[in-house]
Design a protein. Structure first.
Length: 271
């Protein structure tokens, strides 16, 4: 029997509530890449649209899972519900499964000590800057990919040149503002190295108010990064964002941040 993961091409709420914007833990491409890493045999991507949303749970099980995908054993999350308006529950799915010749199983809750692991918990932890705890829940470092664009070169004048990163997805969740120890992978690096770095997320309050930026300084790196694609893996938060009395005070803090980041990253090793 082959294993199969079934997923949608977009978050259902994007279709059902057009004004709603998701806070994604993974983009569509990232989700597919992670699924491939599990060693699963097949990944079925279903287009979610108004026709799909109108199907009842039984219609979805019969028309999509059984007739299109030939599913014989359906394994679902402990709190997962599907079908029009999510009106039915696990007992209904089991009953429909018996009628259709499909075994329906419910997965157990994932826990870590007293914590019940969920995407909502991970979003909350990231929103609070607790990227280390979020990584333990995910079983991997939280990552964010983007393109390096031109900036105001403030970091260069302080001895810490930074790459201004614009995320590939406007809906990807960005951790709470602050300084972080991170590792960075350059998309076109044939060696696939994860380079030690530190990232600042914030509005650069020392220089007045600005729009939020994501600026990464790759430690001991020399080279032009403009226009390049990179992925940032968040390892640990170093400190919160703060305004300094002078550029010199900020420069001194950046030196301490860099040393702190090196210590943190040395404890975690390579990705």
């Amino acid at each position: 029997m082959l294993s199969m993961a079934v997923t949608f091409d977009r978050h259902p709420r994007e279709v059902l509530q057009t004004e709603w914007h998701p806070l994604l833990l993974t983009t569509f491409d990232e989700r597919l890449a992670l699924l491939r890493q599990t060693g699963i045999d097949i990944c079925a991507v279903l287009p979610f649209n108004t026709d799909m949303a109108a199907l009842s749970a039984r219609q979805f099980m019969q028309q999509i899972l059984l007739e299109q995908l030939n599913v014989r054993v359906l394994s679902i999350g402990y709190d997962h519900r599907f079908g029009h308006n999510r009106e039915e529950g696990f007992a209904d799915y089991v009953r429909y499964g018996r009628e259709l010749g499909m075994e329906v199983r419910q997965n157990s809750v994932f826990t870590d000590g007293d914590l019940q692991l969920s995407s909502s918990l991970v979003r909350r932890l990231l929103g609070e800057g607790r990227v280390g705890e979020a990584s333990r829940c995910l079983g991997r470092f939280y990552t964010l990919s983007g393109t390096v664009v031109g900036g105001e070169h403030v970091g260069r004048t302080l001895g810490f040149p930074t790459a201004n990163v614009v995320p590939d997805s406007a809906f990807k969740l960005v951790p709470q503002p602050g300084a972080y120890a991170v590792r960075v992978a350059l998309a076109d690096d044939e060696k696939h190295l994860w380079l030690p770095a530190m990232m600042n997320i914030g509005t650069r309050p020392t220089y007045g108010q600005h729009a939020q930026t994501l600026e990464v300084n790759i430690l001991d790196y020399e080279g032009d990064l403009y226009g390049r694609q990179l992925t940032v893996a968040f390892v640990e938060r170093l400190r919160s964002e703060q305004a300094f009395d002078s550029p010199q005070a900020l420069q001194q803090q950046l030196r301490m941040d860099a040393e702190h980041a090196r210590q943190v990253l040395s404890q975690h090793g390579d990705l």
